[in-house]
Write a protein of this length. Sequence first.
Length: 94
Amino acid sequence: ESVPGQKVGIKLKFVKPMASTATCALTLAGAPTGSSVTWSMDGNHNFIGKAFGMFMDMDKMLGTDIEKGLAQLKTVAEEAAKIAAATPVNGKKQ
């Protein structure tokens, strides 16, 4: 799912330690001058999945990957802003 300048949604499939599927979204606020990014995840779990979630540290399991993804997103956004600022529009730099 994609809404330009607002949201990117993905389906995330987990294989280990147990199979499940979640819907994730990166939601942007404050564009175009600066953005706040919210990363959310939602999914349905059976009883065992819910019990697993209560005892496992999901931040420990996913936090590093989420932080890495957000850092990469920041790098791409900053590079795109530099390119946009250096690209003439109607003969003028932005």
